[in-house]
Design a binder for this molecule. Structure first.
Ligand code: MOS
Length: 745
């Protein structure tokens, strides 16, 4: 369709990043800056009985010490609406430092403001706090008997339970049954840039916050509600974000605390979370357990799926990452039941963590599928093909696009799956037991609920600026938007500048749910093509244009020149037309109205994951030797950045399988390994040969460019493929993530 879309344009912000010129929220130069440091509760449950700040207040450089006694009350804590609504998106419906109660370890109890961050940090240690502690619940095992089924979960978006058919009867009648329970350690996001907010009151009524966020507009709306001010008084700017993975999707307390502190001291205030604070301030993937019961016929056709999840949520919110959604539509299964069970514990409200829910839910399902294949005695890939559903099993509607069977086929070819000996422990390489495993990958196509907007402005030299309020948190969205705009306008990418990262720009939803690029991309596409059409309209109406009276539908634009489709020698450039008619620039606002919830199709993204592992027969060490992932994400805007997203997702899945776990110390109610030294993530030495490929599918339903998103599908299924490979290598099923070596001794 177009020269730029689908190409491999290098990151437009790459040079600035490599040269250290990109500005993160904690690096924006501000004069007269003061620094705030949050002091966290050292207990997990109870209340503050005494707080003595006098020594801290007297410490050198200290400007203020804020506690629940003098912070003031926030106006309203918004409801826990997902940022997909483009509205306020608080991380939880509890705002700290409003009273003396402590609900979780690490809850903010004081904010110290000083002239340097070191002095603020030191003064924080001088605050004397006495607590009265009450028993805390920080592990699922402490409170299983208190589990309840919530009405709705996930910010109210999804029901707490759903079913179709009669699952109990179908399971009773099934010829083969697999029943297994899987346990998942909590996970934290650990972006390389810790969250940071710099708050500047420019005058009494106008606040600018430089914030590290996935959604500047969501921060603006959240601050407006918390501070009781109109949105016009708040501007949120996010120049560059150093990774996020869901930790910066919701709006946590620090931007508001920075704003309140700045207000209090009458100076701009910068608040940067420490690495340790990142473990208690931005949510996490909750500790959870999932039980899968599969019923099937002897030929492997699934007749029933029961999927229950038990997880730990906060005292305030019914949060569960939606682990049941993708598994419920992965295969034909006429009888289904999915139920979320929650336990209230002393924790911050958990949050989106890359592939939120799908990463754990599909792990459970795909490991159970591997067991089913073995029980029936067929190849695991063949089992998936036998259960492939050409329609959405939930609604019965056809998929808007799928490509899943092609993904299986391509992945199997790339991997050499067909030669596999299915017997466990059948391959050895010296001391290493070798095994291979597979899994399906599914991720929903998330749609924003509000209109997405972008502004396109063409100057009379033929260059263009495209604007939208999206922030760049490492996905390459600014680069992809440059491509979409260039193709929409018919000009080279070098003549386009994409500007994002501010709530003053046209509103787009926070970039979540793998839908950031498709949401803003749809708006950019409409803005650019409408601007092109406006210029064509002006040309055909202009007496001096060679295109006078041409049919606009017959005009196309190449390299900034509008020409007749069948006579490319007849035409003129945008620049010529604009100069001749004394027009310095032309601007349009493109608005994309996302399709309604019910589009008459099932909408999901599909893929296949294969992995080969080597397990040390004596030491239990697992090395992933190869990973192959093939996905059908709809239109790919930039092959290079999409490949990076998918590969990064697969390596994230490797981390989920083998390394990532936050360990709770239940005696203290605190995370025991809240550092990058103790919380393990994959590094280059862990990274195997990763093969990523895509299957082209055209999707006319999801959005104007047919994008289904690449941000998270790469994670889904990767851990299951690895766990299934570990079984194949060792003959030992894995029911708990991460698969640490002691589980294989
Ligand atoms: Mo993404 S984990 O949906 O912010």
């Amino acid at each position: 369709m177009s020269p730029a879309i689908g190409g491999t344009l290098n990151r437009v912000d790459g040079r600035f990043k490599v040269r250290g010129e990109s500005r993160y929220s904690a690096e924006v130069p501000v004069t007269n800056l003061a620094h705030a440091v949050i002091v966290n509760a050292k207990i997990a449950s109870g209340r503050i009985t005494a707080i003595d700040t006098s020594e801290a207040e007297r410490a050198e450089g200290v400007l203020a010490v804020l506690t629940h006694l003098n912070l003031g009350r926030v106006a309203t804590v918004p409801r826990l609406l997902p940022s997909l609504a483009g509205l306020a998106a608080p991380g939880q419906t509890f705002f700290p430092m409003q009273d003396d109660l402590v609900h979780y370890g690490g809850q903010p109890v004081a904010v110290v403001v000083a002239d340097t961050i070191e002095r603020a940090d030191h003064a924080g240690t001088l605050i004397r706090i006495e607590y009265e502690t009450t028993p805390a619940t920080t592990l699922l095992d402490q409170a299983r008997d208190r589990a309840y089924v919530p009405e709705r979960i996930f910010g109210g978006l999804l029901p707490g339970h759903s079913s179709r058919g009669d699952v109990a009867k179908a399971l009773a009648e099934a010829e083969v049954c697999v029943d297994a329970t899987y346990r998942f350690a909590p996970n934290h996001h650990n972006p390389i840039e810790p969250s940071a907010s710099t708050a500047v009151w420019e005058d009494v009524d106008r606040l600018t916050v430089y914030d590290s966020t996935q959604g500047p507009n969501a921060v603006q709306f959240t601050l407006a509600e918390l501070l009781g001010r109109p949105p016009i008084s708040i501007r949120v700017v996010s120049h560059a974000v150093g990774g996020s993975f869901g930790s910066k999707a919701m709006v946590w307390h620090h931007p508001a605390l920075a704003a309140l502190a700045a207000r209090h001291v009458g100076r701009p205030v910068r608040l940067v979370l420490s690495r340790e604070q990142m473990f208690t301030s931005c949510g996490h993937r909750e500790e959870q357990e999932q039980q899968i019961t599969l019923g099937a016929r002897a030929d492997g056709r699934i007749t029933a799926l029961r999927h229950h999840k038990l997880s730990l949520t906060s005292p305030f919110d019914d949060w569960a990452e939606p682990s049941l959604q993708s598994p419920s539509v992965a295969y034909t299964s006429p009888h289904y039941e999915g139920v979320y069970h929650l336990v209230r514990g002393n924790t911050i409200t958990p949050t989106f963590t890359r592939a939120p829910g799908e990463a754990t839910g599909m792990f459970a399902l795909e490991c159970a599928m591997d067991e089913l294949a073995e029980r029936i005695g067929i190849d695991p890939l063949e089992l998936r093909l036998r259960n492939y559903s050409a329609t959405d099993p939930e609604s019965g509607k056809p998929w808007s696009s799928s490509g899943l069977t092609e993904c299986y086929q391509r992945a199997a070819e790339l991997f050499g799956w067909r030669d596999r000996d299915p017997r466990p422990r059948s391959r050895r390489d010296g001391q290493w037991l070798i095994g291979s495993g597979m899994a399906s990958a599914l991720y929903p196509v998330t749609q924003p609920v509000n209109p997405q907007r972008s502004r396109a402005r063409l100057y009379n030299d033929g260059t263009a600026v495209i604007e939208a309020g999206v922030s760049e948190f490492g996905t390459g969205v600014f680069t992809a938007m440059t491509q979409v705009a260039a193709d929409g306008l018919g000009i080279p990418v070098e003549r386009v500048r994409f500007v994002g990262g501010s709530s003053d720009l046209p509103n787009v939803t926070a970039a979540v749910g793998s839908a950031g690029t498709s949401a803003v991309g749809s708006a950019v596409h409409l803005a650019a093509t409408q601007l092109r059409d406006e210029l064509i309209r002006r040309a055909v109406a202009d007496d001096h244009s060679p295109l006078r009276d041409a049919d606009p539908a017959n005009v196309e634009v190449h390299d900034g020149k509008m020409v007749l489709r069948d006579r490319p020698d007849v035409g003129e450039t945008y620049a010529d037309l604009m100069h001749r008619t004394f027009v310095p620039d032309v601007e349009v606002l493109g608005t994309w109205n996302p399709p309604p919830q019910d589009v008459g199709y099932g909408v999901h993204t599909f893929g296949a994951q294969l992995a080969e592992v080597a397990v040390d027969a004596d030491l239990g060490v697992v090395r992933v030797r190869r990973m192959v992932g093939v996905f059908a994400p709809g239109r790919v805007l930039n092959r290079k950045t999409a490949h990076s997203q998918l590969m990064g997702g697969m390596l994230w899945g490797l981390g989920q399988a083998l390394l990532e776990a936050t360990r709770m110390d239940p005696r203290l109610g605190r995370w025991a390994n809240a550092s990058l030294g103790d919380y393990l993530v994959p590094v280059n030495a862990d990274a195997p040969d990763v093969v990523v490929d895509t299957i082209e599918v055209h999707d006319e339903v999801v959005n104007p460019l047919g994008m289904k998103g690449v941000g998270e599908i790469g994670v889904v299924g990767a851990a299951a493929a690895i766990a299934n490979a570990v079984y194949h290598a060792t003959g030992r099923r894995q029911y708990e993530l991460p698969i640490t070596l002691e589980k294989l001794l």
